[in-house]
Ligand binder design. Sequence first.
Ligand SMILES: C[S@@+](CC[C@H](N)C(=O)[O-])C[C@H]1O[C@@H](n2cnc3c(N)ncnc32)[C@H](O)[C@@H]1O
Length: 482
Amino acid sequence: MQIISSSNQRNELYEKFKLKIIHNSCLDRSLVSYQGNRQTPFSSWFKYREGFSERLVTYLLQTFKLEPGVLIDPFSGAGSSLFSASALGWQTTGIELLPVGIFATQARIIAEKIDVESLNLEITKLKQINFQDYYDQLFIFNHLAITRGAFSSINEEQLVGYISYCNNVIPNKDISTLFLYAAFCILEDISYTRKDGQYLRWDSRSGRSKVNSEFNKGEILSFEDAINRKLKQITSDLNISPIQLDLFSDNLLLKFTTNKSNTVENIEPNLYEGSSLEILPTLQDNSIDFVITSPPYVNRYDYTRTYALELAFLGCSEEKVKYLRQQMLSCTVENRDKRNFLEEYYTAKGCYQDFLKIDSTFKNQAALQEILIILENNKKQGKLNNDNIVRMVGNYFYEMCFIIYELARIIKPGGIVAMVNDNVRYAGEEVPVDLILSDIAESFGLKTRYIWTLGRGKGNSSQQMGNHGRTELRKCVYIWEK
Ligand SMILES: C[S@@+](CC[C@H](N)C(=O)[O-])C[C@H]1O[C@@H](n2cnc3c(N)ncnc32)[C@H](O)[C@@H]1O
């Protein structure tokens, strides 16, 4: 494809969608993301930074579909969409690749039905013990290369003693899992590390030889303090009254009153552990009413590095972490091409024609091909700070084509897809993720109802889409319908 001017195709796409790009003042950052969000009790236990707020899910469901139906989130993370929707009576399914989100979701399912009295009793017993006394070699912390030295020796010894106690002494499996989850939630607090987007940042006190910065993360809690605080938070949230819960979310209030009065059926989320690229193609045509999701953004954030402590805690080996990194939707410079795999997978399922359609949609997305050529030129001129950025951007959209194709196939006519995502920029060149994905969605029969922008406004106009390093990038919620 011949590119005439550097932002021609993107400008054309902008013209196509400009009337759909609408600033939605109801959607501020605090409603959409975990970070600025007034958290509900359960979601505040574990800081899943990539999570979105449960109020956003309630807002979307109440705006578009008042009657409960079937909802799926193919990148369900810690499960915020699943829990808020099921509290409103929806039947929900989540797909999540990383054991981190899976464990957080399972722990919450357990927490929601735990016997609080028995839990309080076990906590009282726990207060009497010395964790080191229960230390069992069987439960040593199997570090990954990138987590070694993350804890002081006293914290690690206590952590292992506590894990051993949970596994060897606590008779009730659910309480033991919830106690283990409490330890999982404090790993960062008791370590020399801080999660920082693409990697783990190390505190200079760690003594790790490679650390040459002056970074100081502030107070590092002792294991004992941290676990006591976490368990206190968990029990006080579980003991909380419906009136108090209302301070956090109408949705949760409904859930609690629901549990007691049985007026709305509260169905447990159904969870798949694995890649959406493999699981979505196994789901039935026209079977879903609503998709609410936030895929990884094409921003180089590597969840397998930032959540390395949690992955090690969950027993993931070095090989398993590398495998997960490659299975993730391509959003890091290390992700390799999944084209051959997808071709074989679709062929084996007897869906080769679908594969060809998806593959050609990718190749014919003109604005995307324009960006890939520009990025390739930037790479040749040494203007990218990592050469694999071009590959990452290409693979990201390639895989998203498969995801969107499958979503368009599985939702019912009249069904809605709501997707949260941010635009990005490399070498000063804007990648209008919102416009490209919406155009791909339209190729597969979806209609773009809105591209709602958050934050200050509409972001770049078409004239600014070329190399303008300082202009605001859109952060959006796209609404597509079938
Ligand atoms: C932006 S986060 C979504 C967080 C979620 N909305 C929440 O509230 O917790 C994207 C999620 O997609 C997951 N993920 C990445 N690649 C995946 C894949 N191929 N299949 C399924 N999940 C994947 C990541 O592990 C991450 O949890």
